[in-house]
Design a protein around this ligand. Sequence first.
Ligand SMILES: *[C@@H]1O[C@H](CO)[C@@H](O)[C@H](O)[C@H]1NC(C)=O
Ligand SMILES: *[C@@H]1O[C@H](CO)[C@@H](O)[C@H](O)[C@H]1NC(C)=O
Ligand SMILES: *[C@@H]1O[C@H](CO)[C@@H](O)[C@H](O)[C@H]1NC(C)=O
Ligand SMILES: *[C@@H]1O[C@H](CO)[C@@H](O)[C@H](O)[C@H]1NC(C)=O
Ligand SMILES: *[C@@H]1O[C@H](CO)[C@@H](O)[C@H](O)[C@H]1NC(C)=O
Ligand SMILES: *[C@@H]1O[C@H](CO)[C@@H](O)[C@H](O)[C@H]1NC(C)=O
Length: 384
Amino acid sequence: MKPKRNLLLLITFFVFLSLNSFSTVESDLASERAALVTLRDAVGGRSLLWNLSDNPCQWVGVFCDQKRTTVVELRLPGMGLSGQLPVALGNLTSLQTLSVRFNALSGPIPADIGNIVSLRNLYLQGNFFSGEIPEFLFRLQNLVRLNLANNNFSGVISPSFNNLTRLDTLYLEENQLTGSIPDLNLPLDQFNVSFNNLTGPVPLKLSNKPVSSFQGTLLCGKPLVSCNGPSNGNSNDDKLSGGAIAGIVVGCVVGFLLLLMILIFLCRRKRDKTVVSKDVELPKEVAVEIPNGKPAGEGGNVSAGHAVAVVKSEAKSSGTKNLVFFGNTARSFGLEDLLKASAEVLGKGTFGTAYKATLDAGVVVAVKRLKEVTVPEKEFQGED
Ligand SMILES: *[C@@H]1O[C@H](CO)[C@@H](O)[C@H](O)[C@H]1NC(C)=O
Ligand SMILES: *[C@@H]1O[C@H](CO)[C@@H](O)[C@H](O)[C@H]1NC(C)=O
Ligand SMILES: *[C@@H]1O[C@H](CO)[C@@H](O)[C@H](O)[C@H]1NC(C)=O
Ligand SMILES: *[C@@H]1O[C@H](CO)[C@@H](O)[C@H](O)[C@H]1NC(C)=O
Ligand SMILES: *[C@@H]1O[C@H](CO)[C@@H](O)[C@H](O)[C@H]1NC(C)=O
Ligand SMILES: *[C@@H]1O[C@H](CO)[C@@H](O)[C@H](O)[C@H]1NC(C)=O
């Protein structure tokens, strides 16, 4: 009797064991099903039209493992879900991806999400979640991607993020986060904290991220402007812009000086040209006043004689010029002598400049160089 009884006990034990394991699997999916139903009932949403007669693994957005024993992904993006997430999803104990992005969910993240240690991707962006970024998220050691962007999260960015040693993507942009960024020591590939009320320096480990990762914040330091104030730049950008400004200033000054020098040179040349009339380009007409051929030094009154000579271009083509004398004056000098004479400016008038020319022979004459006079010779003679 005894062995028989033992065998019976053993069989009973095995039956119990197998039943128990079976019921565990069943209850697992049942528990997950219950959690999903709780979610469906809690959030308003047009698309959670799950047929409760079906296996939950067939529900829209619910993805199970191959054996259909557990839910591994819940993806409900842009389904118009509103209200608060219920305490329920923590029962999806094998969940790896939870996405409720781009809905209208509000309130805090329920604490039981911190129990889903299998969670690798958590996408909550584009909702109205508020409150601080909860500490229980930092228990999710398997998290690789965390997106909390475009919500209403407030408070600081906790240094406990360093617990998430596998974190690769961290999106926190467009929230109400304050304080400074802690010294994160994570292998972050994607990172964004734009449009938060953050201050202080960008941690060294994040200085290789693009500027657009830190837009709309009061953060400073590489890749943004230096924390030491814009005047005392330490970043390359500051130095470059300072150098550029200096370059522009120097360029302007040099350009101005160059322009000034050219102007001065041109003025000088013009004056030289007018003073020394023995240039290659002869004046069109020169009126020479001769004080009766008296030698210089005898106090020759320049305006005394009123004898006038005019340089006359014989022909445009030949270019030969000669002095034509008017009045009764001895032709004591020619154009060549006049051009060789030393001259000094007597005064400038409307029609030209007057010079006092001292000829080699000692004769002093007044020379008036006329500007662009287009008077016919006969008329000119009449003017005398
Ligand atoms: C739900 O599924 C059952 C069986 O799978 C089916 O008979 C029933 O019509 C479905 N209900 C709706 C509303 O689709
Ligand atoms: C989650 O599972 C626990 C048991 O593990 C159960 O007591 C609770 O009611 C479940 N919650 C939901 C929302 O299904
Ligand atoms: C971070 O991890 C350490 C151990 O790895 C643990 O003691 C600590 O509680 C964790 N912090 C949070 C906020 O979960
Ligand atoms: C965001 O949070 C602030 C408080 O932190 C609250 O005053 C505001 O109404 C919230 N905005 C939304 C859209 O939930
Ligand atoms: C963030 O900054 C904006 C503008 O500077 C301000 O209106 C808002 O109140 C600040 N929010 C918090 C949570 O400090
Ligand atoms: C960061 O977020 C802001 C605002 O959403 C966006 O304009 C910018 O392109 C993002 N940058 C990166 C590197 O993701």
